[in-house]
Design a protein around this ligand. Structure first.
Ligand code: PLP
Length: 337
């Protein structure tokens, strides 16, 4: 496998001016909890409200001159990134998503001028439609995570974090298909081989965690989660994000919906940040004491802000949340530590 820091450095050049460096700021409350500086990489401040613009932009800019357009399947944010990048390049984009994707994300993608196809109830169904568009309409598919240019784009986040804070001891990376974790881990560990990079997922359908444990990609049942951006499988034919995560992550940790709920409240009340459930899994793992003790500064990535505000309001006001047939019991925010 030939993927390295130079790919990430090239990506940084390719996306400059569109997906630029974001702030990396301390959380004073989480610093108290961790006993070391705890820093938040604010990818919620990207123009599409999520880091996925980095990988999508790097991939779309590399398409051939005469491309008829681009397609992808997405849990929402990758589609938004591809739609933004395609509009930037002036090419057609068709985004395939399942019915599990929140309406706020669908609306955001349509607003960027992309065509949207809602297909079935899983990422796999959406994936099949993207493959049909490749075969029948000649569009190029950009995988949300299993693509070297996407991984390189996401890896620029690791580069920025290590440049800002070379003394980081631990990175907590929200983990789904693993494009983010793979890119960040390669960047971070090339610069500082002693850094610990931990992938964090929700315990309901953690595809990469189960695949690493099984020694190869496995299918997971996709169920509604507060961390909807972390849903979906890693693809049974996964070529790159699986081996990179397997080889470079120092561990994977799972958090419950209740822990995610509390962490969303924490980030909102302590740091006044509106963020998706997917962003707070690292904070949730730290608050639930599921990590080895940090020996130095800790960084995590606030990956996106594209959530349903009605749902978010219910969380921060302590109400119950229905996730299909699962209910997350609400409670008003109360400091744990
Ligand atoms: C896609 C996404 C992730 C996970 O990224 P992967 O590369 O699929 O592991 C985390 N948070 C948000 C908000 C996302 O959109």
């Amino acid at each position: 496998m030939d993927f390295a820091l130079r790919d990430i450095l090239a990506a940084r050049k390719a996306i400059r001016g569109v997906a630029d460096s974001t702030p990396f700021v301390p959380s004073s409350y989480m610093t108290e909890v961790a006993g070391h500086d705890f820093l938040l990489k604010l990818e919620n401040m990207q123009p599409i409200g999520a880091f996925k613009l980095r990988g999508a932009m790097n991939a779309v800019m590399a398409l051939p001159e005469d491309t008829p357009g681009v397609t992808c399947c997405s849990t929402g944010n990758h589609g938004r990134g591809v739609a933004f990048a395609a509009r930037n390049r002036g090419i057609r984009a068709v985004i395939c998503m399942s019915k599990l994707v929140p309406q706020a994300k669908v609306d955001g993608i349509r607003a960027l001028g992309a065509e949207v196809r809602i297909i079935g109830t899983s990422q796999d169904d959406a994936q099949a439609e993207a493959e049909r568009l490749v075969a029948e309409e000649g569009l190029t598919e950009v995988s949300p995570f299993d693509d070297p240019r996407v991984i390189a784009g996401q890896g620029t986040i690791g580069l920025e974090m290590l440049e800002a804070r070379p003394d980081l001891d631990m990175l907590l990376v929200p983990l789904s298909g693993g494009g983010l974790a793979a890119g960040v881990a390669v960047a971070a560990k090339t610069i500082n081989p002693r850094i610990r990079v931990i992938g964090v997922s929700m315990d309901r359908g953690p595809a990469m965690h189960l695949s690493i444990a099984a020694g190869g990609p496995v299918e997971v049942e996709e169920v509604p989660s507060l961390a909807d951006s972390l849903g979906g499988g890693i693809g049974l034919a996964n070529k790159l994000s699986f081996p990179l995560c397997r080889d470079h992550l120092d561990g994977t940790v799972l958090v419950t919906e209740e822990e995610i709920y509390h962490a969303m409240q924490t980030l909102y009340y302590e740091d006044r940040i509106v963020a998706e459930g997917a962003c707070v899994v690292g904070i949730a793992a730290m608050l639930a004491d599921k990590l080895d003790a940090p020996r130095g500064p800790v960084g995590t990535i606030v990956t996106g802000r594209n959530l349903d505000m009605e749902m978010f309001t219910r969380v921060v006001t302590g109400q119950d949340i229905e996730l299909g047939d699962y209910t997350v019991k609400g409670a008003p925010y109360a400091r744990k530590v």
